[in-house]
Write a new protein. Structure first.
Length: 244
């Protein structure tokens, strides 16, 4: 599978994605604010907002918190503006790393990420330094036991580009970003539940890691993922089963 999907699977199985409830709520509040700001406050007409709300409910985020975040996004409540920033850099062994952030203070977030990269043997780079190695795609990863034929049929009928099953039976589907909403709705209608469903950066080619650096790369990715402002981490590192 592609490098990012491998990392996404590792995150899911380890429960790495926002393990602390307070951190979950903080990240999801920002996701709701930006979704409402860019697509409006009606989740029935804004799939990005609907997903952020569903994610928030899944971790027991209070209804009042969700409603406040929506109102901040639509401008009904005040508060510091939250902006989307894409950070690029290198990890140990020269692997490419991209981080999608939502921040209300870029002057705070940027030096914090530069420090994290450096502490773990990497380097925060300039805009464009690794983005050419990635493509923005919709990504769905279904657990082992999911009906591959049904997934494939729905994907092909609703804008999916590629369907691939790994040796463990997990199924990855990718699609263009503008097909993500329709494909997500189609999977929901068929009651097919993905472990991972997001629009993200997927590496066009992957780098197999030497055993001497794989642990260092993993530590960097986990540290970045733990940062309050980071919503998503992508890499072209290809981890082996032993790395997981």
């Amino acid at each position: 599978m592609a490098g990012h999907s491998k990392w996404a699977n590792i995150q899911h199985r380890k429960g790495r994605v926002d393990a602390a409830r307070g951190k979950q709520w903080s990240k999801l509040s920002k996701a709701i604010i930006v979704a409402a700001k860019t697509g409006g406050g009606d989740p029935s007409a804004n799939i990005r907002l609907r997903k952020a709300i569903d994610d928030a409910k899944a971790v027991s985020m209070p209804k009042d918190n969700i409603e406040r975040a929506i109102k901040r996004g639509t401008g009904e409540l005040g508060g510091d503006a939250v902006e989307e920033v894409l950070y690029e850099g290198y990890g140990p062994g020269g692997v490419a790393v991209m981080c999608s952030a939502l921040t209300d203070n870029r002057n705070r977030t940027t030096p914090e990420l530069r420090t994290l990269f450096g502490k773990h043997g990497g380097e925060l780079g300039k805009t464009g330094c690794v983005s050419y190695l990635f493509e923005r795609k919709g990504l769905f990863i279904f657990p082992s036991g999911t009906d591959e034929e049904s997934v494939t049929e729905i994907a092909l009928e609703n804008g999916g580009e590629d369907v691939e099953a790994d040796d463990d039976g997990q199924i990855q589907v990718t699609c263009p970003p503008d097909s993500y909403d329709a494909l997500s709705d189609a999977f929901d209608a068929a009651e097919l539940k993905a472990d991972v469903n997001e629009i993200t950066q997927i590496a066009s080619t992957n780098v197999d890691l030497d055993s001497s650096v794989s642990g260092k790369v993993m530590s960097l990715l986990e540290a970045l993922d733990d940062h309050d402002d980071i919503q998503n981490v992508s890499t072209n590192a290809n981890f082996t089963e032993s790395d997981e």
